[in-house]
Design a protein around this ligand. Structure first.
Ligand code: BGC
Length: 460
């Protein structure tokens, strides 16, 4: 790097570092604001940007569930069909079969009928492929539907879509009952199944986590999108109408992705990303945290440097202006590059961005940018978890209970530096002593299994 260029680039990185800073004091503000918004959202419908959706799940799995159940899991770039055989306390999940199908991008912005027909036909094929199963000779098959978008539920098996998030945008589905749409599409494909439960992926993760560990109280998704669900006392939900559930509990899907607060460290890059997104002004917390966005934030920083210095060559010969070309797995690979000459970084820059011939110093700077963006994300996610723990009086002075947070999602599962930073930040915010009672557990594929478990609990 020539001295002047280096200084210009270093200034951009320096400004990014400052704008993304998340010292403990700020994270405590975030946790407190999250807690405050949660209370407001529980008070009344529309009381907060965080919707605090009543899931109608008032009992979590016990381990005694039995039978064959199906699940459909829709929420990211792939969707999955599952069949599980639950065999009670000792045998647990006796059998689990699943099929993953990637959703053609045009269906994410087409119309509802097309999307649901695609899903139902994959389900039909899955059922046909299993051949004859005499368990179902005199019994209708039952299905848990994990639909990972904000849905206003009216019962355990119905709910209308409030809005799309992530990469989905299908106008005619908004305001519609997604179970009715699925049921219609299944009917057209000749699939005879009853949707026994409609759940969010965070609720599924919480349920699957609880199935294996009775101390699980929170389910979090850190993947393409981000969100959390937790077990609330029914009496602490003023907006809950009618009789209180017998269990005294209700699972709340927070939809924390839509959290927004002046204490969030939002940069010029985040603002631009938001403005150009499918849902401007929405899901601000999610846009700082989740896997769909991290790569694009890094790309925007690199573009700014490229426009001010020749470090990445001629911008027009690169792909730096192509949105979402840099993905979070690339960021993870670059951040974890331990080769002496940062050859993984070189490879990723070349492969994805068509940037070649960078100096080692420039590549080090790229790693640093990935690190800044990742740490901000992991630390904010930790602050969100602390906000929920505080709301339910967990891991606070005087609380002796063990609290387990079940987490699923590729960002958490595949990005070690992210995971370590999140865990370290929890200790930093809760304090060494209190943090000992909190465990964060990867709950792989919890959303699908959780749907089957909840379907079992609501089986007819
Ligand atoms: C959705 C949530 C979902 C989360 C993780 C968000 O964009 O609004 O409903 O739980 O993504 O999939």
């Amino acid at each position: 790097m020539v001295a002047g260029e280096a200084a210009v680039a270093e200034r951009v990185v320096e400004e990014l570092r400052a704008a993304c800073a998340t010292p403990a004091a700020r994270l405590n503000e975030v946790a407190a604001a999250m807690e405050e918004e949660m209370r407001a959202g529980l008070r009344e419908e529309g009381g907060s940007k965080i919707k605090m959706i009543i899931s109608y799940v008032d009992n979590l799995p016990t381990g005694n569930e039995e039978g064959f159940f199906y699940a459909l899991d829709l929420g990211g770039t792939n969707f999955r069909v599952l069949r599980v055989q639950l065999a009670g306390k000792d045998k647990r999940v006796a059998k689990r079969e699943s099929k993953e199908v990637s959703i053609p991008p045009h269906l994410m912005s087409g119309n509802a009928a097309e999307l649901f027909s695609f899903i139902a036909s994959a389900l039909a094929k899955f059922v046909t492929d299993e051949g004859h199963n005499n368990v179902f000779d005199d019994k209708q098959r039952e299905l848990g539907f994990t639909f990972s978008f904000p849905v206003r539920q009216s019962s355990i098996a119905s709910g209308t879509l409030i809005k799309w998030t992530k990469a989905f945008s299908i106008d005619d589905a908004v305001g519609e009952d997604v179970v009715a749409e699925l049921q219609t599409a299944m009917g057209k494909q000749g699939v005879d199944m009853r949707v026994a439960a409609l759940i969010n992926d965070t609720v599924g993760t919480l349920a699957a986590g609880r199935y294996n560990d009775e101390d699980v109280v929170i389910g979090v998704i850190l993947g393409t999108g981000s969100n959390a669900a937790y077990v609330e006392e029914a009496s602490a939900i003023p907006k809950l109408e009618g009789e209180l559930p017998k269990s005294g509990n209700m699972v709340i899907n927070t939809e924390w992705g839509n959290f927004d607060s002046s204490c969030l460290p939002v940069t010029e890059y985040d603002q631009a990303l938001d403005e150009e997104s499918l849902n401007p002004g929405e899901q601000i917390f999610e846009k700082l945290i989740s896997g769909l966005y991290l790569g694009d934030i890094v790309r925007r920083v690199l573009l700014k440097i490229a426009l001010q210095t020749p470090l990445f060559g001629n911008v027009s010969q690169t792909k730096l202006k192509t949105r979402f070309i840099l993905r979070t797995p690339d960021i993870s690979a670059m951040r974890h590059d331990e080769t002496p000459d940062l050859s993984v970084v070189a490879e990723k820059l070349a492969e994805n961005l068509k940037i070649r011939d960078t100096s080692l110093e420039t590549r080090k700077m790229v790693v640093e940018i990935c690190d800044i963006v990742t740490r901000r994300s992991a630390r904010l996610a930790a602050a969100g978890i602390v906000g929920i723990l505080r709301k339910i009086g967990r891991a606070v002075p005087g609380d002796e209970r063990r609290s387990v947070v079940a987490v699923d999602g590729g960002l958490f599962e595949h990005y070690a530096a992210f995971r370590e930073c999140l865990e370290g930040t929890l200790v930093e915010l809760l304090g060494e002593e209190a943090a000992k009672s909190v465990a964060v557990k990867l709950t792989k594929d919890g959303s699908g299994l959780g749907a089957a478990l909840i379907a079992a609990a609501h089986s007819q």
